[in-house]
Design a protein around this ligand. Structure first.
Ligand SMILES: Cc1ncc(C[n+]2csc(CCOP(=O)(O)OP(=O)(O)O)c2C)c(N)n1
Ligand SMILES: [Mg+2]
Length: 553
């Protein structure tokens, strides 16, 4: 069935231009326009110069000074907008630097179209300077890697990357030799990519019925939500389902996003990340419905089963990888919003299965002579953070306190790197701020973590990105020291002390302040946090805190 012409997205410049004048580059610009990919995150090199030489004025070029920052910014931008971002990388040097950030994008389910420059086709066989062995460089993290078989295939390959990054929610790579851009486009045959792909959003009633029957049988059901539930329709549907069942809702451990309003009376807290504590936590429930998460996300290995016998595990996810690795009694591979909406209709209302009590008292401010601690900073932030702000977390030793004390209450209110790869938070926060300009963005970042992509602050200054970066300065890798059980030092690695992070920010022209007392902290938070949504310049706060002696799981 063909659509009426008025409903077809325009095919950009392809048709009107004279055939002989249309280059592969022009045809690709048209695809990028058509697919809303006109913001280019990049750190370019000579193999990309031909592509960029005549970049039209309606394109926006965003420069970051390392490819880890380029991809993390694009990832934040894609997460905030829910559609693919465009990335341009420089052959092996650029793609190699970007691999860890691409892995983060994949696991965070951020759609990216990534064009990787390559040496000239005409002498690639001679392996000239800058020739890249690119195809396998990012391993299996990309959802697709394509080396177009001829220059004329490039525009359609970029279009296929756009489709596939949308379908499978991750980075799709297209490797383009530098001479391809100036080759004549093929205007005679149709591009090998569909104009539109409609993806079914509704689960079929028969399958949902099976799940409903199992849940209706349960006497003590509970829900577990994960990053895949952090989508407005899904969140609303999960709330309705939890209220229908009268069931407590847990947040997956180490989740990159929060899938349920954590100020809701049915919110039960964060699941533990090891098997013994997980078994114990889930032992009261005879059925656990996991929505938008695997069953179950772990960190520290401990032997034994995930749940006790007698607890039935049901999973609803749109992510087939997540479905595959979850030992569930029944998995429904379908958009979670539709499944949960239908379950609400099918299940009888139930009351009286409250969430366990959660008492999280604020810690009193430090007394005279007492050091400023991370919990003081976190409580002070929690008391002032606007409800619609986006909090980006990358503070390894303080993550549990941050999760517990700053409830993520709305869509996108918490974002972190699902892979645990440090270096996401600073540039990721910038991309989020660019993609969700109406929402304030605060990144809480460890001192060690901040140093992986500190140079990204240059981009925040240059593009006037008003995110606030709170660096918790505890002079080292506290979580590593704690894991090694030697918080007082004596590890194989030294403390990372003596780094003036505010000074580094200043050197990159980023406004910065060093904070050492509670009064300074509250004064600067009171001044800055109410301005978050309208800020047009970045600010880095280096907050000196005590090293915590005890290990926290
Ligand atoms: C790219 C990368 N390299 C190394 C690690 C291992 N790692 C995990 S936590 C950590 C230390 C983080 O230090 P900091 O940000 O200061 O946080 P703190 O533990 O002090 O709260 C390191 C090196 C990692 N996760 N990612
Ligand atoms: Mg630290």
């Amino acid at each position: 069935m063909s659509l009426p012409a008025s409903q077809k997205p325009a095919r950009g410049e392809r048709a009107p231009r004279a055939r002989s004048a249309l280059s592969v580059r022009d045809a690709t610009y048209a695809v990028l326009r058509e697919r809303d990919l006109t913001t280019l995150f990049s750190n370019p090199g000579s193999t990309e110069v031909t592509f960029l030489a005549e970049l039209p004025d309606d394109f926006r070029f965003v420069l970051a000074l390392h490819e880890g920052s380029v991809v993390a910014m694009a990832t934040g931008y894609a997460i905030a907008r829910g559609v693919p971002s465009m990335v341009l990388l420089h052959t092996t040097a650029g793609l190699g630097n970007a691999v860890s950030a691409l892995a983060t994008a994949r696991v965070n389910r951020a759609p990216l179209v990534v064009v990787v420059g390559q040496q000239d086709r005409r002498h690639l066989a001679h392996q000239p300077f800058l020739a890249g062995q690119l195809e396998g460089l990012a391993g299996t993290y990309p959802v697709r890697v394509e080396q177009p078989i001829r220059p004329q295939e490039v525009p359609a390959a970029v279009d296929r990357a756009w489709h596939e990054s949308t379908t499978r929610r991750g980075p799709a790579l297209v490797i383009v030799p530098m001479d391809d851009w100036l080759a004549p486009a093929d205007v005679d045959s149709e591009p090998a990519s569909p104009q539109r792909i409609l993806r079914a959003t509704a689960a079929s009633p028969g399958e949902v019925g099976e799940l409903a029957a199992l849940l209706a049988d349960a006497r003590t059901p509970a829900l577990v939500v994960g990053a895949g539930a952090d989508e407005p329709d899904t969140r609303a549907a999960v709330v309705a389902l939890a209220e229908r069942l009268g069931a407590p809702v847990w947040q997956e451990a180490f989740g990159a996003r929060a899938g349920f309003p954590q100020d809701h009376p049915l919110f039960a807290g964060h699941l533990p990340h090891d098997r013994p504590r997980l078994r114990e936590t889930l032992s009261p429930y005879d059925a656990v419905l996991v929505v938008g998460a695997p069953a179950f996300r772990q960190y520290t290995y401990a032997p034994g089963r995930l749940v006790l016998e007698g607890t039935r595990v049901l999973v609803v996810t749109a992510d087939s990888d997540e479905a595959l690795r979850s030992p569930a009694d029944l998995t429904l591979l379908a958009p979670p919003a539709s499944v949960c909406e239908q379950l609400v209709e099918l299940l009888p209302a139930h009351e009286g299965r409250p969430a366990p009590e959660r008492e999280i008292a604020p810690v009193p401010p430090p007394g005279p002579g007492e050091p400023l601690r991370a919990v003081h900073v976190i409580d002070a932030l929690a008391a002032r953070l606007p409800a619609d702000a986006i909090l980006v977390e990358e503070s390894p030793s303080n993550r549990p306190e941050l999760n517990a004390r700053v409830p993520a209450t709305s869509y996108l209110s918490l974002v972190s790197a699902a892979m645990g790869g440090l270096g996401f938070a600073l540039p990721g926060a910038m991309g989020l701020r660019m993609g969700a300009p109406g929402r304030g963005v605060v990144a809480v970042v460890g001192d060690g973590s901040s140093l992986y992509q500190i140079q990204s602050l240059w981009s925040a200054v240059h593009y006037r990105i008003g995110a606030v970066f709170v660096v918790l300065q505890n002079q080292g890798y506290a979580v590593m020291d704690q894991l090694a059980g030697r918080a007082e030092g004596g590890n194989a690695w030294p403390s990372v002390d003596g780094v003036d992070i505010a000074g580094l920010a200043t050197a990159l022209s980023c406004p910065a302040r060093t904070v050492t007392t509670y009064d300074e902290l509250t004064e600067v938070f009171d001044a800055v946090l109410p301005t978050l949504a309208g800020r047009e310049e970045p600010l880095l706060l280096e907050v000196h805190i005590a090293r915590e002696p005890t290990s926290k799981p």
